[in-house]
Write a new protein. Structure first.
Length: 156
């Protein structure tokens, strides 16, 4: 009981907001934290190993169709089910809402835009020094794992 009271007293003293140090630091502007000043390009993906980019279109808030909801549920379900197997093979998995995405690979940047006549949903398998494999439409977890395996074994 005594220890509890002692710790409570130390904690109360340590948290006193009326100390001169806290008044000074509140009055002085603080330098920005590095993470606040960095700009992250969410459309750029660095490909430095096997990478799977699962892409899907921007869905307007007004689109409440059951068909769209079913497609997105299936897309998410199959990808999440396959992700452990793909990660075990060495894949990094990225999901992107995409109009276009830039892939930085071996000192060059490649822009990927889904084909205009595609379903705007699919999977982009990438690896340094290898041509990508692009699958359009929702694929099953088995399809994704099989494609990943084939992608890694072809032309090592």
């Amino acid at each position: 009981m005594r220890r509890s009271l002692l710790w409570a007293g130390v904690f109360t003293i340590g948290c006193d907001s009326s100390s001169p140090e806290s008044e000074d630091s509140a009055a002085r502007p603080q330098p920005p934290v590095a993470s606040e000043t960095q700009i992250v390009d969410s459309t750029r993906i660095v490909v430095n190993g096997p990478t799977l980019i699962a892409f899907y279109p921007v869905i307007p808030p007004a689109d409440t169709s059951e068909e769209t909801a079913t497609v997105m549920d299936d897309f998410s379900h199959h990808l999440s089910t396959a992700s452990d197997s793909l990660k075990a093979m060495g894949f990094r998995i990225e999901m992107r809402v995409v109009d276009s995405v830039f892939l930085a690979q071996e000192k060059r940047v490649v822009e990927f835009r889904p084909a205009k006549d595609s379903a705007d949903i699919g999977y982009y398998f990438a690896r340094p020094g290898k041509a990508p494999v692009i699958l359009y439409g929702v694929r099953t977890n088995g399809d994704l794992v099989q494609t990943g395996r084939g992608f890694l074994s072809a032309n090592r």
